[in-house]
Structure formats: structure tokens, C-alpha cells
Write a protein that binds this ligand. Sequence first.
Ligand SMILES: [Mg+2]
Length: 425
Amino acid sequence: MNRNTVHARPDQGYVMFVDMNSFFASCEQQMNYYLRGRPVGVCVYTGENGCVIAPSIEARQRGVKTGMRLREAIRLCPELVPLESRPERYREFHVRIIEVLRRYAQEVIPKSIDEAVIDLRSYKRVYPDLMALARQIKTDIREQVGEWLRCSIGIAPNAFLAKLGTELQKPDGLVMITPENIDQILAGLSLTDLPGIAERMAQRLKKGGIHTPLELRHASPHHLRQVCQSIVGLHWHYRLNFAEVDIMDHPYKTMQAMRQISAAQRQRVESLHDLLVALCMTLERRMVNQRVCCREVTVQFTYTYTRQWHQVIRLPQPVQEGTWLLQAIRQRMEHFVRIHHCEPLINDQLTAMGISVSDFVPEELVPLSLFEEPVRRQNLLRAVYDIKDRFGPDKLIKAVELSDAQPMKDAIGFGSVKDLHARQT
Ligand SMILES: [Mg+2]
């Protein structure tokens, strides 16, 4: 279910955003008493050139920032304890924290490994005092998950403002944004204090005469649309006026890409191979949009003689890349042909080809034995699609998509409308 709605009004209730403070480092301090109260820097590698990916609250207070080289961090804070990251440990804490939140409401949507939104809009009568509820949640996390874990909680009529609430007080913050105090809160902020507004966007808004978050809130939707030259401007109007555009669930159980094959197309077996590539790339795009990886692929080929080849492939690790899907499918085809001594499965009798992916994991939870690599790859994939969106799908293509024919064009129609909305937020 997609819970976004632009019609939401403040009197329809509130959502709560829970953001764990210095999560990775706090987990390490939770597990190791000796580290508590000391500046800790979690790194992927602890070599001289390693980067601090998560400084503890104490390290932050001494000026250590995320992304800083270890060398520089130690110069700034000589007593820093560098630690190698242990993602499986952080995932375990994540799962336990989500369990605590789900005791209060079913509608808990993890946004990343250390953040979640609780949609409390249908719990108005159950929890009349949301500040008290937030304090109870903080206590529960400390008592039931780990005494060293702290979080900032924001409460607001929509997920964006609730997240903004968590940014305003760290660590261990609790801020409620209401129609009564929003103007006062925004008055103390600059445009780039709003999550999602970087320098470039701020410049664009300033050119359009919008210099502060307060002006952004009170600008007309029409003007914002013009300034941003897209629906993005409209979203900023909604966000600051209490409508919901940011609660995104992972509503998919499965994504499917399929294609009927005409008698004429069937004659060119080469183009059928291209079609298989296109279907895999379509699914890749949709998984990138939804920020998920799949653990299972199902292949269904239908033939003129009304037979089907149906296979479920369990992937050794969660996959987002189309080329990996393709590789898994090709391996399975080769294996099948070898043991059954049959003709190639992609042949001139094919009438339909369908690939579906399922058993999704949010991409930020993908096992990170893999740590740096997949993060970079996902970022790269997202960058590729941003370029495609901005400049057209043919401006940047993977080598695997190259062929004389243009199966990608045909495949684009397989996406769901939901994917389109996902790109705009
Ligand atoms: Mg955090």
C-alpha cells in the first residue's frame, strides 16, 4: 500500500520519525563496555587511508566527521579508537529496534538501517500524547535493545517534517512540529538546513526569489513549479504545508517484466536474446527506483507447442543489477540444456518470455561482506538512471544493452505507474 497522499491535513494525525544517533558506533559501544564514552570511529578499513564512515557522538563532538580520512581524524582527535565495521551486527540491532517500534503500531516503515517512520495517523485515539509516546519509545530502546543506544525523534503531520524534527536536536532529541509552531521553527533555518535541499537547489530557489524555508512554505505552488521547472517544486509546497509525499513503503511482493513474441520476431533468434537482456534491464531499473534487491528470479518461457519452461532461481546473494540476473538465467539455461540434451531454450518456437523477481530486501540491508562495493555500485546505478532520466534513455547505455535492434524501447512500457512516482520524490 502506498501511504503517500497529498490530501493529508494536520488534523488527520501525525507521523513519527526515529533516527538512531551515531548508530554504527553506538552499536559497537553497546557491545563493548570499554568503548563507551570514548571517541570511536567506525571504518570500512582501518588502514592509514581508511575513512571514518560513522563517528561516535564523542568523536563528533571533537570534530570528527563522516567520510573523514582516518589519518586526519586521528590528527584532530588523537584518542580516537578506530574500529572495523561489522554490518551483520548493525543489522541485528536494526531488526530489534524495528521490533520495539512495531509493538506500538503496525505501520512502521524502515527508511534506512538507522531510521524508521511510524505512521500514527490512524492511532489518534490510541496515543493522545505523542510526546509521552516518544519518550516511552526511547526508554524501550534503551531497556530492551541497548542502554547505550540513543535516538532523535521528530513528530509532525508528515514524514518530511518529522525527519526535519530529528535534525533539529541531536543527540537524543525530541521535537514536535505542529501547524502552530512551524513558522517559528522554519524562521530559524536556512534553505540548506532542509533535508534534500543542497547548495544547487538553494541557488535555484534564491534566483526565483525564495531565500528562506519560511518563504518556501508560503510561496504559491504555481511559482514553485516554475522556479524548479518540475513537479519537485510542488512537492516542496506540499511538504511544508503538511501533505505527505515522502512515506514510501516497499509495496512490491514481486516485479514482472514480460513480452509476447510475434511470429515475425521469432524468426530472428538473435533479437530474442536481446529481448531477454531488455527484460532484465527493465527489472533492474525498477529495483533501483524502489531501492530493493531481489533474492529470487522466476523465468517463464512459453512455446508454440503450448509447452512452458518454468524455473525458479534462488540467488546466492541479493541482486539489483540486470547483468547479474542475466548471468543467473543464462547459467540455468545452459545447465538445463546440458542435462536434458535438448535444443537451446531461446529458439524460433518462443511465443512469450517473462521474468519476475521477488523476495526483496531493502538495498541498505544487503549483506555487506560486500560493504563498500555494492554501495558504490548502487550509487553508480542510481547515477546512471538519473542521467537517463535527465538526458534521455539512449545517452548512456551499458555494453550489455548494445545491439542493432532496440529492445529497450519496447521494454519501457513494463514499468508500473508507481515507479514513475518513485523517481520524482
Ligand atoms: Mg542516524
